[in-house]
Write a new protein. Structure first.
Lengths: 424, 252
């Protein structure tokens, strides 16, 4: 590509993205110029970049999201989707909406718009997600929406689950960039559900970026629910730093979405950390769901566990790429990774790739991957007891998915997801 | 109950059943014995509706209906039950949930009211007792981590729950010690009525000491070569299969 063309890429982006770059107060000039020059140099994420080889979003973005000027939004009723036992936070078209969100208990937590971020926390923005490392980080950094900052205070046990809804309501096709910064301060604990929904009738590209800091001995248990329907295209960028003795647990459940790319990266920044990443996706039609994870073991004595399971039907594609990076200092690392898939059709595609880079010598690492069909001997056994193929399929898929759903530490989610997937 | 006429079946182009004729009436127990490879398990699989087998000739009427036209689950709903020689382990599917689903489907098929949760649990308790199955196993995944004996008792437990008209016990005695064998047989005998029937497939006579058949058939090279009363099993035990092979190799 010629230099002139590359510049055009950025120009055309600035032309059509709903927010012009550099308007938000919380992104520093340095970060912004890093992001823009990354985009200028590398363009949009697509086939030419190794990390996006199987997930060509460049063409999607060009085809569907050109010529955008402003977001006009449709009404939606937040009361209808609010969860009774949780603190509900709404982020609509990339912007945190305190007006319809629940307040937090100020003794336990602090919550504000990113644009109101107290100055002492500004340096944390882009401290984990480097805008010159990835096109989606760069895009979000350059065009970030006014998301939220949440902090769970020292020694507090957040008594209620925080349920964040990221909702798209735009009337026209839109490219939105929700962003947040979440800190679970030393010794505290948070249960967090982040749910992504799309109420728009047009195509929406949601490029979510989260930086989360799990401080020393803190616990963050989280669930990501992605249910953005056939008009939803999304990149879900989760960049986590876990400090000494910290515990981070995430289950990413992809229920729908036309193209979904998840970049989940965890830096284990202190000794004796523990990280669990689990994923479940069920794809149909021509859906593409791509989970890219990075377990970055920076310090000794940490452990990481990964389990990703996919059920791939029709002409859809499921991808898992799990990188385990064990740095030279990270002796006594335990890292386990497993990816299992069921292919229900002949036209579906599963790509799975474990990537281990180990620079320490005293580590335990294991990875395994399997892709198969529904177990026909189990199917016959169920049929022979009078259970129809349809119900037997449900039982077997529920069992398959159950391994992931059972790991969710937050109550009630398993049943809700089973119902939403029609597996009950 | 069931009428099998000139049944031929092959697997991967190889003919295994080569003209089986058998009629079983309500209240009867038929034993089918035969050496390894004679087609015993193929017969049970074909009757239960396993798709790997191709029926090339013949017909099977089950209570007057064409059995071979039915999908495997419909056969079960019509009242056919196969106790598997090798019960399948299904990780993640609980025994209880599995039985609940099976029973619910059967009830719908029969146009009957569903069983209430309370009645279902009582039924589970009662039927488990019958085969001395540990209550804890109900909440475990289907057959997962069960011992050989537990698996076979679980088959009989499922049979007790589903109350089939015709049960085919496929080498239920294989891998069982004498105590487990007695428990299984006790269960089967307790479930016997004048309205149901059993086909007991076995290699050895010892199960037939406990489940006493009305008729014994010898299957060899895909055909029933000899039928008789329960004394035929004793005769077979005394002579061994070599004798049978010699006798029928010329004619089969």
């Amino acid at each position: 590509m010629m230099i002139a063309e590359k510049t055009n890429t950025v120009k055309s982006l600035t032309d059509f993205l709903t927010l012009s770059s550099g308007k938000v107060s919380f992104i520093g000039n340095d970060a912004l110029s890093k992001a823009l020059s990354y985009l200028e140099k590398n363009g949009l994420p697509g086939k030419k970049q190794e990390e996006y080889k199987y997930c060509d979003l460049d063409s999607v973005i060009r085809k569907k999201f050109s010529d955008l000027k402003e977001i006009r939004s449709n009404e939606f009723d937040s009361k209808k989707i609010k969860k009774k036992d949780a603190i509900n936070i709404f982020v609509v078209n990339g912007n945190y909406e305190p007006g319809i969100s629940d307040p937090v208990n100020e003794k336990e937590m602090f919550l504000c718009r990113l644009s109101d971020l107290p100055s002492e926390h500004l340096s944390k923005i882009t401290s984990i997600a480097d805008p010159s490392a990835d096109p989606f980080i760069a895009l979000n950094t350059a065009y970030s929406g006014d998301g939220f900052y949440l902090r769970v205070n020292n020694s507090a046990m957040a008594t209620k689950t925080i349920h964040v809804f990221y909702i798209s309501t735009a009337e026209k096709a839109s490219f939105i960039n929700p962003r947040n910064l979440i800190e679970v301060v030393s010794g505290s604990q948070l249960d967090l559900i982040e749910e992504h929904l799309n109420f728009s009738k047009e195509s929406i590209f949601s490029n979510y970026l989260s930086e989360k800091i799990v401080h020393e001995s803190a616990i963050l248990r989280s669930v990501t629910i992605q249910d953005e329907n056939q008009n939803g295209f999304s990149a879900n960028n989760n960049h986590i730093r876990v400090d000494k003795k910290g515990y981070y647990h995430n289950s990413t459940l992809t229920l729908s979405g036309s193209v979904v790319r998840n970049n989940h990266q965890v830096q284990m920044n202190g000794e004796y950390c523990e990280t669990h990443l689990n994923g479940l996706f069920l794809t149909k039609g021509e859906q593409l769901v791509d989970n890219h994870t990075l377990m970055d073991h920076q310090k000794p004595n940490c452990e990481s566990h990964e389990l990703y399971k996919g059920v791939v039907d029709d002409k859809s594609t499921g991808i898992f790429n799990g990188k385990i990076y064990v740095r030279k200092d990270a002796q006594k690392t335990n890292a386990y990774q497993s990816s299992k898939n069921i292919l229900l059709s002949d036209d579906g595609t599963v790509n799975t790739k474990p990537q281990l880079e180990i620079y320490a010598d005293d580590v335990k690492c294991s990875h395994g991957t399997s892709t198969g069909k529904i177990d026909e001997s189990a199917m016959f056994y169920l049929n022979a007891r009078g259970i129809s193929r349809e119900n037997a399929n449900k039982l077997l898929l529920n069992a398959f998915a159950g391994e992931v759903l059972e790991k969710i530490g937050i109550e009630g989610i398993k049943e809700e997801i089973e119902n939403r997937l029609g597996l009950n | 109950m069931i009428k099998i006429k000139n049944l031929h079946a092959s697997v991967e182009g190889k003919e295994i059943l080569r003209g089986i004729d058998l009629e079983v009436k309500a209240g009867e127990i038929h034993a089918i014995m035969g050496p390894n490879g004679s087609g015993k398990s193929t017969l049970s699989s074909v009757l239960a509706g396993k798709e790997d087998y191709e029926v090339t000739e013949g017909e099977v009427l089950f209570n007057g209906k064409d059995l071979l036209e039915m999908d495997a689950d419909v056969r079960a709903k019509e009242g056919l039950f196969l106790a598997f020689q090798y019960p399948v382990e299904i990780p993640g599917v609980s025994n209880i949930n599995f039985l609940k689903t099976a029973l619910a489907e059967k009830r719908i098929y029969e146009g009957r009211e569903p069983v209430s949760a309370k009645d279902f649990l009582e039924m589970v308790k009662e039927k488990q007792k019958l085969v001395e199955l540990d209550g804890k196993l109900a909440n475990r995944s289907v057959n997962e981590g069960f011992s050989g004996g537990e698996k076979k008792r679980n088959e009989i437990f499922q049979m007790a729950m589903l109350e089939p008209k015709l049960a085919i016990l496929d080498e239920t005695d294989s891998g069982l010690d004498i105590d487990a064998l007695r428990i299984v047989a006790k269960g089967v005998n307790a479930l016997r009525t004048k309205n149901n029937a059993y086909i007991v497939i076995t290699h050895y006579q010892r199960l037939l000491d406990h489940i006493v058949p009305d008729y014994v058939h010898i299957l060899y090279k895909g055909k029933i070569v000899k039928s008789g009363g329960k004394e035929l099993a004793l005769e077979l035990e005394a002579k061994g299969y070599e004798e049978i092979k010699k006798e029928f190799d010329a004619t089969v």
